[in-house]
Ligand binder design. Structure first.
Ligand code: AMP
Ligand code: GLY
Length: 397
């Protein structure tokens, strides 16, 4: 059995690396300059590419676009939900109605399809106002606004398509839930699931949680979560998978709950039908063998065992100057001989590695304590060089 990973970021490199460590032949679509070191890169041409992969192989989609597009509808050897189920991530309106129907704890909400409706329905909420685009918006689709005027103005633009390029249509108005954010991920087959180790990620660009939101500047795990909270989270997975079954579908693949802990209870803010990035980099580093075995058990419908983390892992992201708005590109990268690094925005030019995106590399550290793992990661950070290298100093601090 060969393994085919769809995507081109650090998460996909990490997944492919784990399988290649266990002796599997790995193919990436389209991959990047780093994935080539752990397998073979191919162009991705949608349905044609997927249908050309043999039945006996395993296909692992990394990012949601593939699932929302329907890769799991084209072929049965995809470990991921079919597009009808991927709407849990692809449409916030669908996800909210789903949660309401199955009694799954989420923020109170209304849907607005026109600016007039928005002006009307916003009155049912108070500041801060939460307005969310329905469809995929590459992490930019959630607005949190102080005043009603702002919420109406920006929300109307969102509906009409003039706020975010390529995004228009209905919006979700959510009640603001204060509290502590946590994400939870599981490997799922039908009603069976196993939680993955909890990982903390850092979304803001700068040290001290300052600056704009990004795709993630680092992460560490395992994070210790109280057994009481864990069982409440398991209940949310249970109810979700029960709901999916009631809708007439079977969930297979990874499921990620974006949660807010408020007054001791987890609320679901969002569903993702994939693994998190940069959470995956930490999870596979904690125990690549167990990750691979559990994914394979989940894929085959066998008995999944919880992954025991071996110590701690830390991921420090190196980004390009100008990220997230206008990252510089084409800067030559030099790497040390040793150390675990997952590649994201890296390409090759004249046989040299050059930066090709906002998030460039994930420098991984491991250790028997969080502090050791942190030190290990930052030592690696110092040995990587490219012009305009940026990173946070406080990952896992
Ligand atoms: P989402 O993509 O729905 O997870 O939203 C992105 C971010 O917006 C979350 O990680 C939260 O920080 C924030 N957020 C979303 N919905 C709410 C809510 N109802 N109350 C408070 N914060 C929220
Ligand atoms: N790290 C957040 C996400 O992957 O959605």
């Amino acid at each position: 059995m060969r393994v085919h990973v769809l995507g081109s970021g650090g998460r996909e490199h990490a997944i492919g690396w784990a399988f290649s460590q266990q002796g599997y032949e790995v193919h990436f679509y389209p991959g990047n300059a780093g994935t080539k070191r752990d397998g073979v890169n191919h162009p991705y041409e949608g349905e044609k590419t997927i249908k050309s992969i043999p039945e006996e192989d395993l296909i692992l989609p990394g990012s949601e676009e593939f699932l929302v597009e329907g890769v799991a509808n084209w072929k049965s050897n995809v470990f991921g939900p079919i597009k009808e189920v991927a709407r849990l991530e692809g449409s916030k309106v669908y996800a909210k109605f789903f949660m309401k129907k199955y009694g799954i704890r989420t923020a109170r909400f209304e849907i607005a399809e026109t600016p007039e409706e928005l002006r009307e329905k916003i009155k049912k909420f108070s500041s801060p106002y939460v307005v969310k685009a329905d469809g995929l918006a590459r992490g930019k689709g959630v607005l949190i606004l102080e005043t009603e005027e702002e919420a109406v103005e920006k929300g109307s633009k969102l509906i009409e398509g003039s706020l975010i390029k390529g995004v228009s249509g209905p919006v979700v108005l959510d009640e603001y839930i204060p509290g502590e954010e946590l994400s939870a991920m599981a490997i799922v087959n039908g009603r069976n699931f196993v939680l993955l180790p909890f990982v903390r990620d850092y979304k803001r660009l700068l040290t001290g949680n300052k600056g704009p939101n990004t795709g993630g500047m680092g992460s560490w795990g395992p994070v210790d979560i109280s057994p009481d909270t864990v069982s409440k989270i398991e209940e949310l997975f249970d109810k979700t998978l029960w709901g999916v079954e009631k809708e007439g579908y079977i969930y297979r693949g990874f499921l990620y709950l974006g949660l807010m802990l408020y007054n001791g209870d987890p609320y679901i803010l969002e569903y993702n039908v994939r693994l998190g990035d940069p959470e995956t980099e930490v999870i596979v580093t904690l125990n690549p063998e167990a990750f691979v075995n559990t994914v394979l058990e989940g894929y085959r419908g066998g008995r999944m065992e919880a992954i025991s983390p071996k110590g701690f892992a830390v991921d420090v992201v190196l980004a390009s100057r100008g990220y997230p708005d206008a990252p510089e590109k084409g800067k030559e990268i030099t790497l040390p001989e040793e150390g675990l690094i997952f590649f994201a925005g890296v390409s090759e030019k004249d046989g040299k590695l050059v930066t090709a995106g906002g998030r460039v590399l994930h420098c991984m550290g491991t250790g028997s304590t969080k502090e050791e793992a942190r030190k290990d990661a930052y030592e690696l950070v110092k040995k990587v060089h490219f012009e305009g290298k940026m990173y946070r100093e406080d990952i896992a601090l």
